[in-house]
Design a protein around this ligand. Structure first.
Ligand SMILES: [Zn+2]
Length: 121
């Protein structure tokens, strides 16, 4: 369902006729205020998580799981979650392409070996 606020095309949050940004639910307003105040202090605050390498689909799955949990617990706002989701999608494509390049290089190596062993016709 879409938000009742005119010109807002965002999806509503559970048990609400408005989206996260336009909800009149006091609990959501408090979470929104907290999240935006945290956003304003970004850089001064301790990050939610330590930096870690992102090398595999398993790492991406872990980040997405943490992000979903952080969003549902109102530790991050939907804008932050969307940014993380977008970067995870890009990382998945990069990991996929790197994997394909490695597999292609391995296949090229095998083909070259076979060609070297075959007598010239
Ligand atoms: Zn809205």
């Amino acid at each position: 369902m879409l938000c009742k606020r005119p010109n807002c095309n965002a999806y509503t949050i559970k048990n609400d006729e408005f989206c996260y940004w336009h909800s009149k639910n006091p609990e959501i307003i408090r979470a929104r205020t907290e999240a935006s105040s945290k956003g304003g202090k970004a850089g001064k605050n301790k990050p939610l998580r330590e930096d870690k390498p992102i090398e595999s689909i398993t790492d991406i799955r872990q980040i997405m799981t943490e992000t979903i949990n952080d969003l549902r617990a109102f530790r991050i706002d939907p804008t932050q979650a969307r940014a993380i989701n977008s970067m995870c999608s890009n990382m998945l494509k990069i990991i996929e392409i790197c994997d394909l390049v490695l597999r292609l290089e391995a296949l090229e190596g095998i083909v070259e070996n076979i060609q070297d062993q075959e007598p010239d016709i």
